[in-house]
Design a protein around this ligand. Structure first.
Ligand SMILES: Nc1ncnc2c1ncn2[C@@H]1O[C@H](COP(=O)(O)OP(=O)(O)O)[C@@H](O)[C@H]1O
Ligand SMILES: [Mg+2]
Length: 281
């Protein structure tokens, strides 16, 4: 069965693109994986294909879907198991296009509906801003996975994010797979405290596995060649591999409704205080 996962956080630099890339690489060892680069910056596209200048990309496909009804959609083959719908800077322009604002969710429904049966996993690398593209994709995904970094993590901020998501997802239940800590330094006391407190406040939403901070992640981003060796060669690759296994275990196990019931998102957001800010210096 195919599963569509949006990798999202409204903060930048938390590792959305790195997470998408490395989950995709881990899963593409045994599953058929499609990644869709929804970010106009197209960093994922650059990392996987060495260029972010593809003739067929999410923008051209979205335009065709808007005007042509049912065009043929052929993702770029990175390997037999890993395919890509490249990103393009023009996706930014769609954010203010009135037709896209009205029909974006239908366009992505068609796109994902056409492709779903061909893949075990479809991963969406979302941009940071909370615009039409993100909203239109989120209403069509099976679940959302959230990378965070311990330095700037706030339990209250996270609850606000869940609240936003529940607002878009009024009619369709959204499965929040969870939140994991990236750029983690296990010998840094502050990071240990943040993770413990997050686990206390958010319970099962926090994944056991974190991903350590390592220069190998940026190196893999920068070198198309090294990506394929990446998973073999470094400790951080082991972290991503373990993360990909934990995510699979979690699939379909938690719904946003349960999360809101369990943590009282709306009530706790209204006090404007971050639990972490109160207790961790
Ligand atoms: N675990 C990590 N260790 C070291 N650098 C990382 C790690 N994860 C991400 N990075 C680097 O941090 C920067 C931001 O990551 P990125 O995945 O682009 O975040 P986002 O997509 O959320 O903006 C990139 O330069 C990336 O290479
Ligand atoms: Mg990114």
């Amino acid at each position: 069965m195919s599963h569509t996962i949006a990798i999202y956080n409204f903060k930048g630099g938390v590792g959305k693109t790195s997470t998408t890339l490395n989950l995709a690489l881990s899963w593409a060892r045994s599953f058929k994986v499609l990644v869709i680069d929804c970010d106009p910056q197209a960093n994922l596209t650059l990392a996987l294909s060495n260029t972010n200048n593809h003739q067929s990309n999410l923008f051209t496909i979205s335009k065709k879907l808007l005007h042509d009804g049912q065009p043929k959609i052929e993702p770029l083959e990175i390997s037999y198991y890993l395919h890509l719908i490249p990103g393009d800077y023009q996706m930014a322009a769609l954010e203010s296009n009135s037709q896209f604002i009205s029909f974006g969710h239908i366009i992505f429904y068609k796109l994902l509906g056409t492709l779903k049966h061909k893949y075990d996993f479809i991963l969406l690398d979302c941009p940071t801003h909370f615009g039409v593209t993100v909203k239109s994709f989120l209403v069509n995904t099976d679940s959302i996975f959230i990378p965070a970094i311990p330095d700037s993590f706030s339990v209250n901020g996270f609850k606000k994010l869940l609240h936003y998501l529940s607002e878009i997802e009024k009619d369709t239940p959204l499965n929040v797979l969870g939140i994991y800590f990236n750029l983690f330094r296990k010998h840094t006391l502050h990071h240990q405290k943040v993770k413990k407190l997050a686990e206390k406040e958010l319970g099962k939403l926090i994944l056991d596995q974190h991903v350590r901070e390592s220069i190998r992640v940026s190196e893999a981003h920068d070198s198309h060649q090294s990506i394929y060796n990446f998973l073999e060669q470094s400790e951080v690759a082991g972290d991503f591999m373990a993360l990909s296994e934990e995510v699979i275990e979690r699939l379909n196990s938690m719904s946003l409704d349960e999360v809101i019931k369990e943590h009282g998102v709306e009530e706790k957001c209204s006090d404007g205080q971050s639990v972490l800010n109160q207790t961790v210096n």
